[in-house]
Ligand binder design. Structure first.
Ligand code: DQA
Length: 147
């Protein structure tokens, strides 16, 4: 099984940015956690992060072209603004799980909108960085490549 694990803007600053919301694990440590989790489950994980919306669109399309079985995405603030990411996920028809480290539903009003959510098979919020591992397991249990 091959999964794309995509992170949007400012998630490269994990461990530095607002620890009360996002905790103390750094992005590098998150990548290690994902790598070891996926190694144990024989999953190939392609991990990417960008502060630029178009890069995320390109990588969602790349996941399709490369024959990935699913996508885990934390779109960061683009969650609340990006129709382009919604359209990209709809275009590729790959099972996609939306992850948020913080409990977005208990935060500001502007975080209550998620454009991408309607195209996702599940959303995990407020479980900290463990949410990424849960999303991976969810896709694994669901089976490869089925929307
Ligand atoms: C976030 C929540 C978003 O509202 C915020 O803009 C982020 C991170 C999360 O992981 O909790 O950048 O997606």
């Amino acid at each position: 099984m091959k999964l794309y694990i995509l992170n949007g803007p400012n998630l490269n600053f994990l461990g530095i940015r607002e620890p009360a919301h996002y905790g103390s694990v750094t992005y590098a440590q998150l990548l290690e956690m994902i790598a070891s989790h996926c190694r144990e489950r024989n999953i190939e994980a392609v991990c990417r992060q960008s502060n630029h919306e178009g890069d995320l669109v390109d990588w969602i399309q790349e996941a399709y072209k490369e024959g990935a079985d699913g996508i885990v995405i934390n779109p960061g603030a683009y969650t609340h603004t990006s129709i382009a990411l919604l359209d990209a996920v709809k275009s590729v028809m790959l099972p996609t799980v939306e992850v948020h480290i913080s409990k977005v539903e208990e935060r500001e009003d502007f975080r209550q909108v998620s454009y991408i959510r309607t195209a996702c098979v599940a959303t995990i919020t407020g479980h900290g960085v463990k949410g990424y591992l849960e999303a991976i397991d969810l896709l694994l249990e669901r089976g490869a490549g089925k929307v």
